[in-house]
Ligand binder design. Structure first.
Ligand code: HEC
Length: 129
């Protein structure tokens, strides 16, 4: 009985702190959102697709859409880190019609590869069900 009560209390605590790995919503991860903002990503990207937009297409694809597109794709992590660092190919756009920007510029001026890798891993971890 005591054990049961302890388990319930622990569950409530981790809910309150939002720190249970099984329950946390990665898209709300404050440290990742901060890194994205300080690296300049959020000038062009948001996490969620614009809800009831003013009709404008965002410059870069919303990251929830990126997570959905690359869900289960082999090597997505590696490839996307390279794209983030070196920029995308304007002649081979992956988001034609879904993003207003023609291409993503190289971000290597603003972020190192380790941090880019963290951000991409975070983006790909977003729940897309
Ligand atoms: C100046 C605007 C801009 C900035 C700043 C920017 N992006 Fe992008 N991003 C884009 C555009 C435009 C695309 C779509 C490219 C395409 O159509 O292939 C894109 C695509 C992406 C993709 C998907 C690439 C693919 O091949 O599908 C990821 C992941 C991404 N960005 C992450 C980031 C991260 C992380 C940062 C910050 C370090 C960042 N972006 C900064 C404009 C930007």
């Amino acid at each position: 009985m005591n054990t049961f009560r302890y388990a319930v209390a622990a569950g409530a605590l981790s809910l309150a702190l939002g720190s249970s790995p099984a329950m946390a919503d990665p898209s709300k991860d404050a440290s990742m959102l901060k890194l994205a903002a300080s690296s300049g990503c959020t000038v062009c990207h948001s996490v969620e697709p614009a809800k009831n937009a003013d009709g404008r297409t965002p410059v870069g694809p919303p990251w929830r859409d990126v997570a959905a597109r690359y869900y289960g794709v082999k090597d997505a992590q590696k490839q996307l880190v390279q794209t983030v660092m070196k920029g995308s190919n304007p002649y081979d756009s992956h988001w034609k019609g879904k993003a207003a920007g023609l291409a993503m510029p190289p971000n290597a001026v603003a972020i190192n590869e380790a941090d880019a890798s963290k951000l991409v891993g975070w983006i790909l971890s977003m729940d897309v069900r």
